[in-house]
Unconditional design. Structure first.
Length: 155
C-alpha cells in the first residue's frame, strides 16, 4: 500500500459537500486530520492520530493506539482499533469491528452486529433496536471480551 505524505493529503480535493476525498492508502506518516475527511477502504493509520468531527472510513481500516475520533465519525465493517482509542459522541461502526483494550466511547455511539471489545473498554450499556444495531446510553466497564451479539457479556 502506498504511503501518503502530509503534503499529498493537504492537496486532496473536496466534494460538493465539503468532504475531503482520501483514497485507499497508508496514512501512518500523518498524525492530525481535519474535519469531514472521507477515507477509502483498507486504509491504515498510526498511533496518536486525531480526527475531527464527521470523518468517515471505508471497510477494513486499521488504527494504531491512542487515536482520537471526533463527533459523528463513521466506520465501515471490519475496522480494527488498537488499545486506548477514544470516540466522541454519535460515532457509528459497521459489522465485525474490533476494539483493543481500554477503548472509550462517548454517548450515543452505535455498533452493528458482531463487534468485539477488548478488556476494560469504557463502553455504554446496550439498547437493542429492530435493526440489531447496538446503541449505548450510559457508561459500563467491559471486564472481558464482549461480543455485540451476546448481551450477557457486557457488565
Amino acid at each position: 500500500m502506498r504511503k501518503i505524505t502530509k503534503k499529498e493529503f493537504d492537496e486532496f480535493k473536496t466534494d460538493e459537500f465539503g468532504f475531503k476525498i482520501c483514497p485507499t492508502g497508508d496514512y501512518t506518516l500523518i498524525k492530525e486530520f481535519g474535519r469531514k475527511c472521507s477515507f477509502g477502504e483498507w486504509c491504515s493509520f498510526g498511533e496518536w492520530c486525531s480526527f475531527a468531527e464527521r470523518c468517515s472510513f471505508g471497510k477494513g481500516c486499521s488504527f494504531g493506539e491512542w487515536c482520537i475520533f471526533g463527533e459523528g465519525c463513521s466506520f465501515g465493517e471490519w475496522c480494527s482499533f488498537a488499545e486506548r482509542c477514544g470516540f466522541v459522541e454519535r460515532c457509528s461502526f459497521g459489522e465485525r469491528c474490533r476494539f483493543g483494550e481500554g477503548c472509550s466511547f462517548g454517548e450515543r455511539c452505535s455498533f452493528a452486529e458482531r463487534c468485539s471489545f477488548g478488556l476494560w473498554c469504557n463502553i455504554i450499556k446496550p439498547i437493542f433496536d429492530d435493526k440489531k444495531t447496538y446503541w449505548f446510553s450510559k457508561p459500563v466497564k467491559c471486564l472481558k471480551d464482549a461480543k455485540g451479539d451476546d448481551e450477557d457479556d457486557i457488565l
